[in-house]
Design a protein around this ligand. Structure first.
Ligand code: ATP
Ligand code: MG
Length: 366
């Protein structure tokens, strides 16, 4: 499964700083463009307060959060779709990811080079999105040439794909990302098979100054990013990447002190990680008690046997049923016994669609 969120943006806007903060993995970082050449892949823990509460009610020997993947991608420049700045290679890296975290410079600092020489979030976003659209347009044209020939005969699949391509092309030409178009389920599968860059879900991240951390809305740059995201129906988050990276290195006590001094309740990073997880269509179920209380990641819409298979293939093969209570039911009741008493422990079969926050015990027989 392993879905990955790709960190995308102009050179030197703080992508690797953000990646390091997220993963504490130490991807190369430097104050010059193109510090990142190969994509760096890192695992992130998903911060989830529900785990602490479950552990409080049903104590286990240890608590294990769930993880997912981020990929740090090198900076894209104007002309990338025509091969500028190793553009083709970097666009190819974006093709491999499942969602785009688009980082935009939203801080002033004369010591840190901006590729265009000025901080202009609107212009920066449009530059990147134009390159992604141009790359898609080229891919669509190539595909059209092939499919048009095949569709002249009785090839039904080619005809269906042709219709999809003919819908996508004018949209791209008008500057609309493919993700803004509506398709029925069959056509969605065709679109998926095209691996277009602008069909991937996007989250905009304004990399703000430390001074704006407590209140990103105060930053004029953040406002620009938020407005752009809004007209696209996307989400925007303000994160001070450099400061977040410093915070990520502190132990829990120092972290709490630092955040208190900055006047923030929670690292902006946590919000970003959760938003990215959601952007990828990922949700969490829990197993509780005994050896470990643990969070597990599943793709939205997964049914109980396949969710069981995430823990162990035997659980899926020999699936009998799932005993499920929602996190909210446990939180409210305060004990497992009380959940049962309230009639909130459910027996679910093989067609049950898993819900975010389900606390599950799978029954199986192999
Ligand atoms: N919020 C911020 N405020 C001030 N400086 C920052 C902030 N975020 C990052 N920086 C600084 O900006 C510089 C560039 O950061 P980084 O190397 O992460 O950029 P990048 O987008 O990964 O670049 P490349 O495209 O070259 O890989 C670094 O010196 C970093 O410390
Ligand atoms: Mg980098």
């Amino acid at each position: 499964m392993a879905l990955t969120a790709g960190i995308v943006g102009l050179p030197n806007v703080g992508k690797s700083t953000l990646f390091n903060a997220i993963t504490k993995a130490g991807a190369e970082m430097a104050n010059y463009p193109f510090a990142t050449i190969d994509p760096n892949v890192g695992m992130v823990e998903v911060p989830d307060k529900r785990l602490d509460r479950i552990q409080e009610i049903i104590p286990a020997k240890k608590v294990v959060p769930t993880t997912f993947e981020f990929t740090d991608i090198a900076g894209i420049v104007k002309g990338a779709s025509k091969g500028e700045g190793l553009g083709n290679k970097f666009l190819e890296n974006i093709r491999q990811v499942d969602a785009i975290v688009h980082v935009v410079r939203a801080f002033d600092d004369d010591n840190i080079t901006h590729v265009t020489g000025k901080v202009d979030p609107q212009d920066d976003i449009e530059t990147i999105n134009l390159e992604l659209s141009l790359a898609d347009l080229e891919a669509v044209d190539k595909r059209l040439a092939k499919v048009q020939r095949a569709a002249k005969g009785s090839d039904k699949e080619a005809k269906a794909e042709l219709a999809v391509l003919q819908k996508i092309k004018p949209a791209l030409e008008a500057g609309k990302p493919v993700r803004s178009l509506e398709f029925n389920e069959d056509d969605q599968q065709i679109v998926k098979g095209l691996f277009l860059l602008t069909s991937k879900p996007v989250l905009y991240v304004a990399n703000i100054a430390e001074d704006d951390m407590a209140d990103p809305e105060n930053s004029k740059y953040f406002q620009v990013v938020a407005d752009y995201a809004k007209q696209e129906g996307a989400q925007a988050i303000g994160v001070a990447a450099e400061t977040e990276e410093e915070i990520a290195e502190l132990d829990d006590d120092d972290k709490a002190d630092f955040l208190a001094a900055e006047g923030v309740e929670e690292p902006g990073l946590n919000k970003l990680i959760r938003a990215s997880y959601k952007l990828l269509g990922l949700e969490t179920f829990f197993t509780a008690g005994g050896k470990e209380t643990r969070a597990w990641t599943f793709k939205r819409g997964t049914k109980a046997p396949q969710a069981a298979g995430i823990i162990h293939s035997d659980f899926e093969r020999g699936f009998i049923r799932a005993e499920v209570m929602s996190y909210d039911a446990l939180d409210e009741a305060g004990s497992e016994a009380k959940v049962k008493e309230n009639g909130k422990l459910r027996l679910e079969g093989k067609d049950y669609v898993m819900q975010d926050g389900d606390i599950v015990e799978f029954r199986f027989n192999v």
